[in-house]
Design a binder for this molecule. Structure first.
Ligand code: UDX
Ligand code: ADP
Length: 458
């Protein structure tokens, strides 16, 4: 069958996989190929057990795979046969050399740019899908145009705003699609080609175009603003605990102001995920690079509060449980960085679990989707750790339950039964405010919720 367009995506991860599945689903007239350097990942994408858990993704892949969506390890062939190439490889925080712990590690991304250059024999539109520091497109253009090759490359920025757990709906009904380009005749032509792809299902008024630097920067700034809201309410949660104000009531009152808005004001144990911390560190690094130290300090505060909130949670547990956790069994309900995903990257649960082990507690972890990742995250941790599927089994005989992830199922458990099977005095630390603290108190628990007054029997 002859397809209208041939589209390639390099990188079959949390962003590349769902995004391309959506394009293939909404545009049966296009052929979409996803390649990855990791053969195991590609084999999983081609199997019944996809490498990532995302509600609705299985159905999308089933409907499109081998029809107009293909997964392959042949990156070179992919580059040769496709003229529109999305780059969605990972750009983690650098762990070595200049900028270690702050800047984005661009080695995977640069390797991809060089591969595209080497194997291209026809003009290509190269689209940055990965989150990158502002002005990366300039570096990409320099690599792509570094030889005398007479092939034309146009680089576009098209950051992805999907959130895990709601990725399919976010892709199907995005608040906006952002496309940045050079404002030259060729740049605008390339930009229009990408607008036409999204216009197959996204209303045109939601497709925003911008200059390429604005587009790159907007992704970092969007994540920084979202994370800032979480750190803002988390900072206030600490004050609520000192003053008997209730953070949920404060968030409701504050969020009812339409200028502020009610979303993203849930106090928590702290934000996790692959983006927020990485992108803010990246933003801070960029600001320092340009000599904007005050601006850098301002954004760095968002990260500091996030760390403070996680450590504060552990300190609250210590204080409440008579200043020692040694030998106590503590059950973590959830390990994923948020509900409806198996992803544990930067999950606050990793920090909390490690700190509890440091305090010589015995840690029992349960999560409906993230136990495999939890085992990997804690592979080198010292101490007693157990991974248990069933939450009732996991909590049996524990001195405390700590809610790490807001999975709906944890709100629906029988807390009277959990109390009966718990070691007494029994504690609950609700790091997500998903439980009814009064009910848990009435069945017998001592209850500590983020940003709320404690309810104790002593
Ligand atoms: C985020 C952005 O939302 C998305 O647009 C971008 O493309 C990638 O980064 P994601 O990391 O998948 O998405 O999840 P998100 O829903 O933003 O949550 C991030 C973290 O903040 C989670 O740990 C979540 O539990 C926490 N959070 C979120 C809160 O603690 N309180 C809130 O009110 C909202
Ligand atoms: P994200 O959350 O941004 O999608 P992931 O880490 O989930 O990030 O996915 C990035 C994917 O990119 C991984 O599957 C990784 O194997 C792949 N990748 C990294 N470098 C290359 C490369 N040079 N060529 C092809 N794929 C790559």
């Amino acid at each position: 069958m002859k397809f209208e367009k041939n589209i390639l995506c390099i990188g079959a991860g949390y962003v590349g996989g769902p995004t391309m599945a959506m394009i293939a689903h909404e545009c049966p007239q296009y052929k979409v190929t996803i390649v990855d350097i990791n053969p195991d990942r590609i084999a999983q994408w081609n199997s019944d057990s996809l490498p990532i858990y995302e509600p609705g993704l299985d159905e999308l892949v089933k409907a499109t795979r081998d029809r107009n969506l293909f997964f392959s390890t042949d990156i070179e062939q992919g580059i040769r046969e496709n003229d529109i190439i999305f780059v969605s490889v990972n750009t983690p925080t650098k762990t070595f050399g200049t900028g270690a712990g702050m800047a984005a590690d661009l080695q995977y991304w640069e390797k991809t740019a060089r591969q595209i250059l080497e194997h291209s024999t026809s003009p290509k539109i190269v689209i940055e899908k990965s989150t990158l520091p502002v002005r990366t497109a300039h570096a990409m253009e320099r690599i792509l145009n570094s030889t005398q090759k007479s092939v034309r490359f146009d680089v576009l920025s098209n950051p992805e705003f999907l959130a895990e757990g709601t990725a399919i709906n976010d892709l199907k009904n995005p608040d906006r699609v952002l496309i940045g380009s050079r404002e030259t005749e060729e740049g605008l032509k390339a930009r229009n080609a990408l607008v036409e792809i999204y216009a197959n299902w996204v209303p045109r008024k939601k497709i925003i175009t911008a200059n390429i630097w604005s587009s790159e920067l907007s992704k970092l700034v969007s994540n920084a603003f979202l994370a800032q809201r979480v750190s803002s309410i988390n900072a206030i949660s600490a004050l609520c605990e000192k003053t008997e104000a209730d953070v949920s009531e404060v968030a409701k009152a504050v969020g009812s102001d339409s200028r502020i808005g009610s979303r993203f004001l849930n106090a928590s144990i702290g934000f996790g995920g692959s983006c927020f911390k990485k992108d803010i560190l990246n933003l801070v690094y960029l600001c320092r690079h340009y000599g904007l130290d005050d601006v850098a300090d301002y954004w760095e505060g968002v990260i500091k509060i996030n760390f403070y909130q996680q450590e504060r949670f552990v300190q609250n547990m210590l204080t409440a449980m008579f200043n020692t956790l040694a030998g106590k069994r503590i059950c973590l309900f959830g390990f994923a960085f948020k509900a409806n995903t198996g992803d544990t990257r930067e999950s606050p649960a990793i920090y909390v679990a490690r700190r509890l082990l440091e305090e010589q507690a015995e840690v029992v972890i349960t999560d409906p989707k993230a136990l495999d990742n939890a085992r990997i995250d804690l592979a080198n941790a010292q101490g007693k750790i157990h991974f248990v599927d069933d939450p009732y089994e996991a909590a049996k005989g524990c001195h405390a339950i700590a809610i790490m992830t807001e999975w709906a199922l944890y709100g629906e458990l029988d807390y009277a039964r959990l109390y009966r099977d718990a070691e007494k005095p029994a504690f609950i630390f609700d790091g997500r405010n998903i439980l009814d603290p009064q009910h848990c108190f009435e069945v017998g628990f001592n209850v500590f919720s983020i940003g709320k007054r404690p309810r104790t029997h002593f």
